[in-house]
Design a protein around this ligand. Structure first.
Ligand SMILES: Cc1cc2nc3c(=O)[nH]c(=O)nc-3n(C[C@H](O)[C@H](O)[C@H](O)COP(=O)(O)OP(=O)(O)OC[C@H]3O[C@@H](n4cnc5c(N)ncnc54)[C@H](O)[C@@H]3O)c2cc1C
Length: 439
């Protein structure tokens, strides 16, 4: 049983691990069996992560963050999470190896994947002119001719952003109209550097070491042509990796994991989420890392309040047990006899004299006696215990003590019946009869 499990080892997961490890939470990171390190493992130069004035290679940056997490004591397992149980207080993660790990809390940081075109040349030229992130790579295309593939809001946003660097930005779209909002369309249409290529699908990305162009097919007449380009930005959507939490955590309309306001708290107590999996907007390494830090701090607060609650519960349980013991010993509380064991404990083994009221549910005078006995118990608790025995439910005890009518009261001392009182009484009359015991 661990304090926190982190699923995902991109900037969000590993930064959460650094913070959690430094808070002595001994995090365990499920890093993935093939994609450990996240999206930045697929990129070359990262020029916008703070602290690297000359830029840094994606894999090098991730190796550094991983080493930092290990240095503070995080445990990293290069395996996949294949199953999750998040409903109980303990969160359970099943790994690809079929091993199950458990913790008081969970940080879900599985990132998101940009949708691919799935055409020849795309994979081979990824990072060599094919990009999925204008904010990350736009700077490398100063004075170049590039294209954005897509027709939604983010495609328009990327195209407009890229006009800061490129001399010409083609927007390639398979239909004759855009999905983007009117305002984004208007902005793109007004931009002189943007040119739209309608009804066109990319069939291939061409180039050897770098992108040289794309092969386009007209979706109306099927004509194929080549367009010369220095870069292709694919903006056809993004898929948050949520398959593990479908039906378990609430999602947003964009398909990301829902979190409460600026926090990392998901719809399930003790489960937190960080990075691109909660972010339909920024999706940068630095924002993912910041989100991981916030998640670890949220976990710390959650665990502190969980510990406090468990402490309070344990204390109140212990307190209740002490009260019950005291009550049984002092005789202040009315004890209802239920079986032979409680008869032995509450009557025969009692340190105090015990006034046993034998009663029955069908007996009217018994009902009248009941509050009188309650008053006697309250007033003389330290000197006398009152035990009520329903004869219908305790026939053997009633027979053993020759109960032939109800209400009948007997005073027991040191395990033996000393006196009997038959019939209902007023409180004062009963107190008089019990005088010898109450002194
Ligand atoms: C090509 C490319 C270039 C980019 N360049 C830059 C850049 O220059 N600068 C920048 O700031 N941002 C860049 N980004 C964006 C940046 O990579 C992301 O914003 C960032 O990596 C998100 O971090 P994350 O930790 O949320 O998710 P990810 O980096 O996606 O990491 C998620 C991790 O979770 C793992 N995972 C998923 N499911 C499971 C599972 N079931 N079990 C175990 N592990 C699992 C994945 O394998 C992965 O390791 C780039 C993105 C791409 C695609």
């Amino acid at each position: 049983m661990r304090r926190v499990i982190i699923i995902g080892s991109g900037p969000a997961g590993l930064t959460a691990a650094i913070y959690a490890a430094r808070a002595n939470l001994e995090p365990i990171v499920v890093a993935s069996s093939v994609d450990a390190g996240g999206e930045l493992m697929n990129t070359t130069d990262v020029e916008n992560f703070p602290g690297f004035p000359e830029g840094v290679m994606g894999p090098e940056l991730m190796a550094g963050i991983r080493a930092q997490a290990l240095r503070f004591g995080a445990e990293i397992i290069d395996d996949d999470a294949v199953g999750l149980e998040v409903d109980g207080i303990a969160k359970r993660v099943t790994l690809g190896s079929r091993r199950t790990i458990e913790a008081d809390s969970l940080i879900f940081a599985t990132g998101s994947a940009p949708r691919k075109l799935g055409v020849p040349g795309e994979q081979e030229l990824s990072g060599r002119g094919v990009s999925y992130c204008a904010t990350c790579d736009g700077f490398f295309f100063r004075d170049r001719v590039i294209a954005v593939v897509g027709g939604g809001d983010s495609a328009m946003e990327e195209a407009i952003f890229l006009t800061k660097f490129a001399t010409r930005v083609y927007v390639i779209h398979r239909r004759s109209g855009l999905r983007a909002s009117k305002i984004m369309q208007d902005r793109a249409f007004r931009n002189d550097k943007i040119e739209f290529i309608w009804n066109s699908a990319v069939r291939e990305v061409v180039g050897e070491d770098a992108v040289r162009g794309v092969v386009l097919e007209d979706t109306v007449d099927g004509v194929v042509r080549e367009l010369a380009l220095d870069g292709v930005f694919v903006a056809v959507g993004n898929d948050p990796r949520t398959h593990l939490v479908h039906g378990k955590l609430a999602l947003t309309p964009e398909g990301t994991v829902f979190v409460d306001g600026r926090s990392s708290r998901t719809s399930v107590s003790g489960v937190f989420a960080a990075g691109d999996i909660i972010d339909p907007t920024y999706r940068q390494a630095v924002t993912a890392a910041a989100s991981g830090a916030a998640a670890a701090m949220d976990v710390e607060h959650y665990l502190a309040s969980l510990d406090e609650t468990i402490g309070i519960l344990a204390e109140s349980q212990a307190h209740e047990e002490v009260l019950a013991e005291e009550a049984a010993e002092s005789g202040r509380t009315i004890v209802h006899n239920t079986d032979a064991a409680s008869w032995q404990r509450d009557v025969l083994d009692a340190d105090l004299p015990v006034l046993v009221d034998f009663w029955a549910p069908w007996c009217g005078p018994c009902k009248a006696m009941s509050p009188v006995l309650d008053e006697i118990a309250a007033a003389h608790g330290g000197r006398l215990r009152v035990v009520k025995v329903n004869v219908d439910e305790n026939i053997e005890i009633a027979m053993t003590h020759q109960i032939t009518s109800v209400p009948m009261m007997k005073v027991f001392r040191r395990g033996a019946a000393e006196s009997s009182i038959v019939g209902a009484r007023s409180r004062s009359a009963l107190e008089q009869e019990l005088e010898g015991y109450l002194a």
